[in-house]
Design a protein around this ligand. Sequence first.
Ligand SMILES: *Cc1c(COP(=O)(O)O)cnc(C)c1O
Length: 411
Amino acid sequence: MARINEHYLKLQAGYLFPEIGRRVSTFTDANPDADVIRLGIGDVTLPLAPAIVEAMREAAFAFGTPQGFRGYGPENGYDFLVKPILEHDFAARGVSLASDEIFVSDGSKQDSGNIQELFGVDCRIAVTDPVYPVYVDTNVMAGRTGPADDDGRYEGITYLPATAENGFMPDPPSSPVDVAYLCSPNNPTGAVASRENLESWVAWARKTDALLIFDAAYDAFIQDPALPHSIYEIDGAKEVAIEMRSFSKRAGFTGVRCAYTVVPKALTGATAGGERVSLNGLWSRRHATKFNSVPYVIQKAAAAVFSPEGTKQTREQVAYYMANAHALRDGLGAAGFTLYGGEHAPYIWMEAPDGLSSWDCFDKLLREAHVVCTPGSGFGAAGEGYVRISAFNDRANVDEAIARIRKAFAS
Ligand SMILES: *Cc1c(COP(=O)(O)O)cnc(C)c1O
């Protein structure tokens, strides 16, 4: 008998995006002529930059030649990609890392879900609330939690509410925690961590011997050069933090698939007996056992992000989305909506007007503005009363959505 992993049964039904899809199709079935604008799911919309397409084309053609063909690649990524990562994403910001501290992968969703395999089942986990659901659900699957309560909060997880009062960047917990997940710029709130905030997290982790998992999937959207892009810009972070980066949002790779995780060699965890063990060694072992490297063509595509043309073209794409975000902030802000985020992130976190719940606001926007947003409560109990509006769309749609949202709530 194949007994199942019953921890899976604790998971809340994959509720958020299927439920949005259900409500949208119910609406469009009843209103086939409605021109629905989707500012819901956090997926990019612009086509791949030409420099990236060209690199993929060249790599694909090379594979059809005896000289250019390759089989399995190095598990942790080709040097032609790892080198520019070290140079452009880290050295350029004063952070020195070695190539064997970078692990190229096919996505930060996978990496942020898989990383918990390195930790004991009794490790205490903290997340911000609202949160990217992957961090929580993968710990539920691994058996680190009890069941969920009525608000969807799992027993055994420390939830740190991200609120308007704390700028949606909570302070470290005062109760004991072993591993904390941070995401900045944040999905879903669009908030960004200040240097001081990250310093307080690193200091906390060092003091309490905790570990930080820092998800920087949106770092390219940071506009203020003084804000840290990497947790390793904070002194002492290499001993306490793992960082994840993705090409998905910065370069439109959501359907191409390439990311990387940084596990510094200075980082250790403890055995039950108190012996310190290198997490770099464990992650390397895991990667080599369960992963057979990102396709060559895709790594060539990712390397092209760092070429002069690739850098210019992908920066223009990010600027395009950020112009949308600023239009949303300006257009909705001027109409009196209470908004957060959207300054260093492609998401606007909007307070649902008139005291509406997240889902009631979602329904009103769908029915009256024909605009799809994401209910904040779907990301956690503390997201109730907010909706997330994405800037990933074309400008004409964004402008039209702004006008319709204003009209739906006028008077
Ligand atoms: C989009 C996103 C990612 C990127 O995931 P990929 O698997 O690399 O596409 C990671 N973290 C967060 C919070 C995201 O929103």
